[in-house]
Design a protein around this ligand. Structure first.
Ligand code: GLA
Length: 360
């Protein structure tokens, strides 16, 4: 009798583990969005753990390397490539039949200083920098050929300042001038004729920055620069994104014949933070109350209603992180200020926001 009870207890335990590890009782995001656009998520080493690895393939059809394909992770010195972490993500994607977005080749951030310098530590000339960029892009695209379907070729080249067009305070611009943008795309196309090439930036719903991006992309396309799409990072807040500004930006970029993707979606519950003096941002941690959960759900509902309505112009929507437990927003904008920007809470449970985008 005792043995029978303990066998039954054991079976119930195994059953419970199966349910809590998996998402079987929860509808799948990717199935629901199947006829709209692929849904993706950013992942890194920290996500290659049990719960994330179960949740991701169940809900998403594509992944982006959160950090592991950035120059500081893929190359240690000239000709010394360190693809191991990116490769682990590609292996995970292959195992589960997921697409991979490559992020990112040319960015002022997370690119080590040596990249712009010669052996003596002096800044490279423009020609030398472009030569290095070309061979770097070729090596990375060769390595991931066939495994990565799209690359963010240039990330964040446009300035937030109203009197500046480009970010000029970065080495890429200081050495290469604006031409570095064009050359990055040309080298990428030369290295791989099939992979999709994206320009990626944040705050593109902001009319000033949006119009600069539009102008830049239009001019590049007119010059025959090979660009397939624009990645609107997302990184929105409850207060800045709405149907109007998001719809307008998508329409504009798409009118250039470009694919549009939302590449780094998270919605902060704190005020707008791009290009703000960090010391002026509120430091107080908001508790995750039912009211806040409802506000976030309403905002996600609004955003996804618009995205679904524009499905013909959108070829992917990627969340910047799996669950609230590991969001960059809790550590970066204001250090230690817990944020709740994703669809899954810190314990991987679907939030009200999750259901708000599934309810149609
Ligand atoms: C930018 C970059 C991303 C990432 C986020 C913050 O949006 O494109 O790679 O660093 O910032 O996590």
């Amino acid at each position: 009798m005792k043995l029978k009870i303990s066998i039954i207890t054991c079976l119930i335990f195994v059953f419970q583990i199966t349910i809590s590890n998996g998402q079987e009782t929860i509808p799948s995001l990717k199935e629901k969005y199947n006829k709209f656009f692929p849904l993706g998520v950013a992942m890194g080493e920290k996500h290659l753990q049990r719960q994330d690895t179960v949740l991701v393939p169940y809900h998403f059809s594509s992944i982006t390397a959160e950090n592991d394909m950035k120059p500081s992770r893929t190359i240690a010195s000239e000709n010394k490539f360190t693809f191991e972490r990116g490769d682990a993500l590609v292996d995970f994607a292959k195992k589960h039949g997921l697409l991979v977005r490559g992020h990112t080749l040319v960015w002022y951030n997370q690119t080590d200083d040596w990249f712009y310098e010669n052996d003596e530590g002096e800044l490279l000339s423009k020609n030398e920098l472009f030569k290095r960029m070309k061979s770097y892009i070729k090596a990375v695209l060769d390595h991931y050929r066939g495994d990565v379907y799209a690359w963010d070729v240039v990330n964040e080249a446009i300035s937030d300042e109203s009197d500046l067009f480009y970010r000029e305070d970065i080495k890429w611009f200081q050495i290469g001038g604006p031409e570095y943008i064009e050359m990055a795309f040309r080298y990428a196309r030369e290295a791989d004729p099939d992979v999709k090439l994206f320009y990626n930036d944040y705050d593109l719903i902001n009319p000033k920055k949006r119009d600069k991006a539009y102008k830049m992309l239009k001019e590049l396309l007119e010059k025959g620069v090979p660009i397939d799409g624009v990645g609107m990072q997302g990184h929105w807040t409850l207060e800045d994104v709405n149907k109007e500004n998001l719809g307008k930006a998508i329409d504009l970029f798409s009118s250039l014949g470009l694919e549009v993707q939302i590449t780094e979606l998270d919605i902060s519950v704190y005020p707008y933070y791009h290009n703000m003096d960090r010391s002026t941002l509120p430091k107080e941690i908001k508790p995750y109350t039912p009211e806040l959960a409802s506000k976030l759900a309403e905002k996600y509902k609004e955003v996804f209603e618009l995205l679904r309505a524009k499905k013909d112009k959108i070829t992917g929507v990627t969340f910047w992180g799996v669950a609230d437990n590991k969001t960059w927003l809790s550590n970066y904008v204001v250090k230690g200020r817990t944020d709740y920007p994703l669809l899954f809470d810190k314990d991987y449970n679907p939030k009200k926001a999750f259901y708000s985008i599934m309810d149609f």
